[in-house]
Ligand binder design. Structure first.
Ligand code: GZL
Length: 363
């Protein structure tokens, strides 16, 4: 039995509590939430930028790190709704994805193009739909540069030149005659900007410095393909003493094939070692640098997410922005007697890799 006075109070309190709980539950269930949450949610929803991201594939450690970087920067909590598509190295899948993004009326398209050619039609469709396209990593070869709004990536031609100027300096410092250099170029995906730039580096340097460019063979930046290619080349040529691998996964595959064939990989060309030069400076490659099995690893930075985020926000808000943005990159070596190389009048430092540096790397 309830005391009348107290009972009335208790009953009233219970009713008020019940009503508050009921309002909160209804609000939660209907997504209304409290005014703050609702208005905050509305602000959030209104500000969400929808982005269609066509990634070319997942062929290498570099590509996986690149995808992770872009996904973490273009995240929901960061104000984005990201529609992701992996094209598995096929341009027609990328073109289909872009057309899907156009139908979905995304605010912006991010494209990591597998190769440079064949983008005019679909980029014109995106432009006609009024959707800005940010090209990332590699480049598209189009006559009208207004078909894309901005680009974020690396200077692959410079990467190739840095690697070759380092090899030239190595030969000078160690008194190795140019005609004692017999280079195999294990190329990336033919037609990719990275492949074009890096291949140009070794072709022009071999011509300029008198190196013997024994062969050039594509391996699509893939480890298993590079191992097969290296095995084939060892049967075809008996004088290869430098292997110029256009990414780290290829370098790891080439090293496996060389060691299985009884070769010693290292920097001491004079004493019969096979020198490996690589690109990307992913952990897989740098761990081989630390072992002395890759002599030089020219970084190609995949962590482009933040720069892409900055460009998209400026494009969407109508602010000034740079059309071309380059990411920062370093050069790592197992060799301690070459600390700088000069390319086109610019001096680049070469970092002798240590375990401490490797342990701190982000990818
Ligand atoms: C370079 C990038 C290349 C990397 C490879 O920016 O396009 O593709 O060097 C990757 O590892 O597969």
């Amino acid at each position: 039995m309830r005391l009348a006075k107290d009972g009335m109070e208790i009953e009233m309190k219970e009713k008020i509590t019940f009503i508050i709980v009921l309002i909160t539950v209804i609000g939660f269930l209907t997504g209304c939430g409290t005014p703050d949450e609702k208005s905050a949610d509305n602000i959030q929803t209104n500000k969400k930028i929808t982005v269609g991201f066509s990634q070319l594939g997942a062929e290498s450690d570099w590509r996986v790190a690149n995808t992770e970087s872009i996904k973490s920067s273009l995240s929901y909590d960061n104000g984005y709704v990201l529609v992701f598509d992996d094209a598995q190295q096929k341009q027609d899948k990328q073109i289909m994805a872009i057309r899907k993004f156009i139908q979905q009326e995304v605010d912006c398209i991010v494209l990591a193009p597998v190769t440079e050619e064949g983008w005019e039609t679909v980029l014109t469709e995106a432009k006609d739909a009024g959707i800005p396209v940010i090209i990332v990593d590699r480049m598209v070869n189009v006559a009208d540069h207004d078909l894309y709004t901005a680009w974020v990536g690396s200077d692959f031609g410079r990467e190739g030149k840095i690697a070759c100027e380092w090899l030239k300096k190595y030969c000078e410092v160690n008194s190795i005659p140019s005609d004692d250099i017999h280079v195999l170029d294990i190329q990336g995906t033919l037609g990719a900007t990275a492949q074009i730039g890096r291949t140009n580096g070794i072709v022009k340097a071999s011509d300029l410095y008198g190196w013997d460019l024994v062969d050039l063979v594509p391996a699509d930046y893939a480890q298993t393909k590079a191992k097969e290619v290296m095995q084939q080349m060892l049967k075809k040529h008996d004088n290869i003493n430098v292997v110029y691998c256009e990414n780290d996964n290829e370098a790891v595959g080439a090293i496996e094939a060389l060691e299985e064939a009884g070769k010693k990989v290292g920097s001491d060309i004079k004493n019969g070692e096979v020198m490996i030069i690589s690109f990307d400076a992913a952990r897989s490659g740098l761990s081989k640098v630390l072992e002395g099995k890759i002599a030089l690893d020219v970084e190609c930075n995949p962590l482009q997410g933040e720069k892409i985020n900055e460009v998209i926000r400026k494009v969407i808000s109508g602010e000034e922005f740079e059309k071309y943005t380059y990411v920062e990159e370093r050069v790592f070596s197992a060799v301690d007697h070459i600390d700088r190389v000069s390319v086109d009048g610019i001096s680049y430092s070469v970092t002798v890799l240590t375990k401490d540096i490797l342990d701190k790397r982000e990818y």
